[in-house]
Design a protein around this ligand. Structure first.
Ligand code: C5P
Length: 209
């Protein structure tokens, strides 16, 4: 059987990152959060004023470790450089090499099932209503001690959704053969169970005890 390559796409705060980490842990697979690549490029470009495409070409795994990349400012910076076709092209090789490991892999992002790994045997498109995603992200930010209000969180998500879906280069969309998972009324356990059942229907077994 082909290696288990799981491609997960979806908008911000849909639950795709949590799901990706849990599936990777369950199947013992390496995981790449591809949003971190765009976040690192966006942040470095803002700080240094350098050319985003050149920064993308020189990016290394060490550049992805900065905890500040998880913040909402880095998310906005990411979605601006992510619209540049040359940035996307320069990040392609890194992502493809990661996905071609003999062990299989889990990648999550916006264009994994459509552009990076169209051959993946398992594709999931994780979504949720804007309101449910804003609730989640707002709770997360408050827990981290951030000083923000829900309407601001919602407006930022809506802006990122619009930029990611309307751009010409690899816009956010589900691959035609992706399994759609709407997590608006699901917790992380329910989303994991649903995704796992789909993967098992595709013929992949969970590792034994
Ligand atoms: O997933 P995350 O919120 O970390 O992604 C940050 C931004 O990076 C997204 O809003 C999107 O613009 C961009 N991105 C992308 N393609 C990916 C992953 C992220 O365009 N595969």
């Amino acid at each position: 059987m082909a290696p288990l390559l799981i491609a997960i796409d979806g908008p911000a705060a849909s639950g795709k990152g949590t799901l990706a980490r849990r599936l990777a842990g369950h199947f013992g697979l390496p995981h790449l959060d591809t949003g971190l690549l765009y976040r690192a490029v966006g942040r470095m470009a803002e700080r240094t004023g350098g050319d985003p495409a050149a920064i993308a070409a020189g990016l290394t795994a060490a550049d992805l470790a900065d905890p500040a990349l998880r913040g909402d400012d880095a998310g906005q910076a990411a979605s601006r450089v992510a619209a540049l076709a040359e940035v996307r092209a320069n990040l392609l090789k890194f992502q493809r090499e990661f996905s071609h490991q003999a062990s299989g892999a889990v990648l999550d992002g916006r264009d994994i099932g459509t552009v990076i790994c169209p051959e993946a045997p398992v594709k999931l498109f994780v979504t949720a209503s804007l309101s449910a995603r804003a609730d989640r992200r707002y709770r997360e930010l408050r827990q981290q001690g951030a000083d923000t209000i829900r309407p601001r969180v919602l407006a930022e998500l809506a802006e990122r959704d619009r930029r990611d879906s309307e751009r010409a280069a690899a816009p956010l969309k589900a691959a035609p053969d992706a399994y759609l998972l709407d997590t608006s009324d699901m917790d992380a356990d329910a989303a994991f169970a649903d995704a796992l059942a789909f993967i098992q229907r595709k013929g992949f077994r969970s590792p034994g005890p």
